[in-house]
Design a protein around this ligand. Structure first.
Ligand code: CVU
Ligand code: MN
Length: 589
């Protein structure tokens, strides 16, 4: 991930009435203070993926006209500003002061104070943005404040932070790569990577590496040997091997299994190096390999060909997606299994909005209450009473997903900088590494298995591509649940008992795709979903609107939805308006 100095910043533009001789002078301090207060708010509440505080750049002067606006634009460009927020307590001149950069997310906060008409500037300049095809978010506080009131009220704060989180996600993706290692896995269309989607909608690059590169580096020792020794030792100590459920006559020998551990640890180092490079490789004489592929997210083919003769990628995918490894607690790497790039991007959206590690899962089975009772004799109750969905996939489910981290006594997933050594260890101890199912993974290897604790608020999302329409996103907020142990075992052993399971119940609205749990499953647009900690559907909707990706399914209450004001131009049915607006503006890049 970028060094702190490379991270994009949030630019703050204090806008002022340019009339000297009294008006402007009386407003200089209060206007610049608004900008400084917001910079402090962002600095205190928002973090980059590496855990450092979000950086803001404020215009050198208040902006009263086009000269100061363009001076500010030059400063922002020189400081890698990727998000722009204009603020004002007063009337100013919209088209002379507005931010006209078409590629960075923008918002305007018009202070709701009547001494000077900040709200009038807000409306006038939003009209300019709409008329000029530069959609912008509008922030207007509910209750009138006095002009010297520095308080950023809760309603304004919520919108400012949601805008900044989503805007920063857009900025962090720009120019980074999706690295595909291998090709299409088992005919999964998400792993037939579509470069135009990445380029036009996300401003990202696509890097393609044949999986033989991983094999070459293993064979030729192109990895940090000291780190490998440390990693293998750590793995043997912390990654307990489980029972071999393969047929007795087909099981791999102890020697082969030990060889598999060595192999998959090397794979992990190499996949990480392929993503972000490793200066140690340069010292070893591997200059090109030390550079990496500038990848913010990657996908490993995960099944077939490679796994038909070599140890599988599950260990690498699971450990890289977790917030810890032999080097300690650290930023997770977003790695999609089965090279499902659309699920990789879905994981990336979740990650950039929350800084928490992600669960990649098949949306595998809807269990109706009747089916559960027929199969197990148990009648689902409480949150499970309307049925539940089995989320399970080998590989890229973060070990953070075991639910062993706690906040206020409740199971959560956390940004890495909040995770304790004890929580890390409990996640590792809650995970069993079973010898891979040789029916699926003929080449051996290991699969992580755990059961996510119930009671965690989660959001599952998924990007799909529809021909003629383009990308769409679907979002389901909900909860993980616990099942009685016997019930879990019966249902889990019917399918892949050596893989990680999360039992999921979406929040229902009683309408459309959220009429009941069955409908959520029945309307899900792919075999995969990306599951994040927290109910973040509203931030995903804000992010999707910045990228002009329409939302085809969600269960977020209307009052939580925050999109550019231009969306209001497209009609009162806000979901249809979203489609019309996204189609009107087209992709961001
Ligand atoms: C059975 C296949 O090998 C599994 O991996 C399958 O459940 C998938 O994950 C397909 O997305
Ligand atoms: Mn899958």
């Amino acid at each position: 991930m970028s060094e702190r100095s490379e991270y994009p910043k949030i630019g703050i533009r204090p806008i002022i009435d340019g009339r000297l001789g009294g008006v402007r002078e009386s407003l200089e301090e209060v206007t610049m203070n608004m900008a400084k207060n917001i910079a402090a708010l962002f600095n205190e509440n928002l973090r980059y993926p590496d855990g450092t505080a979000i950086q803001c750049v404020i215009s050198d002067t208040c902006i009263g006209g086009v000269k100061e606006a363009t001076d500010c634009d030059k400063k922002f460009k020189s400081q890698n500003v990727g998000v722009s927020l204009s603020v004002t307590p007063c009337w100013c001149y919209g088209t002379e002061t507005m931010d006209t950069d078409p590629h960075i997310p923008k918002a305007i906060w018009g202070f709701n104070g009547t001494e000077r008409p900040g709200a009038v500037y807000l409306a006038a300049t939003l009209a300019a943005h709409n008329q000029k095809g530069l959609p912008s978010f509008g922030i207007y506080g509910h209750d009138v404040q006095d002009i010297d009131d520095k308080t950023i009220t809760d309603d304004v704060k919520k919108k400012l932070l949601s805008f900044a989180r989503a805007g920063m996600a857009v900025a962090l993706m720009k120019g980074k790569s999706y690295l595909a290692i291998g090709g299409v896995s088992m005919g999964i269309v998400g792993s037939a990577v579509e470069p135009d989607f990445f380029q036009s909608y996300l401003g990202m690059r696509n890097e393609f590496v044949d999986s033989t590169e991983v094999f070459r580096r293993i064979e030729q020792g192109i990895y940090d040997k000291d780190e490998y020794d440390k990693a293998l030792k750590w793995t043997k100590k912390n990654c307990k091997e489980g029972k071999d459920y393969n047929e007795i006559g087909k099981q791999r020998s102890r020697k082969q299994k030990d060889g598999d551990w060595e192999f998959v640890v090397k794979m992990t180092l190499i996949i990480r190096d392929l993503m972000e490079g490793n200066p140690k490789l340069k010292k070893m004489g591997f200059g090109e390999e030390s550079l990496g592929h500038n990848a913010l997210v990657s996908g490993f083919q995960g099944q077939r060909q490679w796994t038909d003769f070599l140890p599988n990628g599950d260990f690498s995918e699971a450990i890289l997606n977790s917030s810890f490894d032999w080097n300690g607690i650290r930023m997770p790497y977003i790695v999609a299994t089965e090279n499902d790039s659309l699920n990789g991007v879905s994981m990336l959206f979740n990650y950039l909005l929350t800084n928490t590690a992600q669960i990649f899962a098949d949306v595998r089975t809807y269990w109706s209450p009747d089916a559960v009772e027929r199969v197990t004799g148990w009648k689902p109750e409480d949150k499970a009473s309307q049925g539940f969905i089995h989320l399970i996939n080998s590989g890229s489910a973060t070990l953070d997903g075991t639910g062993r981290m706690k906040k206020n006594g409740k199971p959560v997933m956390k940004p890495f900088w909040e995770i304790s050594e004890k929580e890390k260890q409990e996640c590792l101890d809650a995970t069993t590494w079973y010898p891979a199912n040789l029916g699926y993974f003929k080449g051996g290897g290991y699969s992580s298995n755990y059961l996510t604790k119930g009671g965690i608020p989660v959001t599952m999302c998924r990007i799909n591509l529809t021909k003629g329409l383009g990308p769409i996103i679907q979002i389901a907020e909900g909860w993980t649940i616990d099942l009685p142990e016997k019930v879990h075992n019966t249902l889990d052993e019917r399918t892949d008992r050596t893989w990680p399971t999360t039992w999921f119940v979406p929040e229902l609205t009683g309408e459309g795709a959220f009429t009941d749990v069955y409908s959520v499953m029945n309307n899900w647009g792919s075999n995969h979903g990306a599951i994040s900690y927290g109910h973040i559907g509203h931030d995903l909707i804000t992010l999707a609107s910045m990228l002009r990706i329409p939302v085809c399914m969600h269960n977020v209450a209307p009052e939580r939805i925050f999109r550019p004001t231009a969306w209001n131009s497209f009609g009162m049915d806000i979901e249809g308006a979203d489609y019309r607006a996204c189609s009107n503006y087209g992709s961001l890049y």
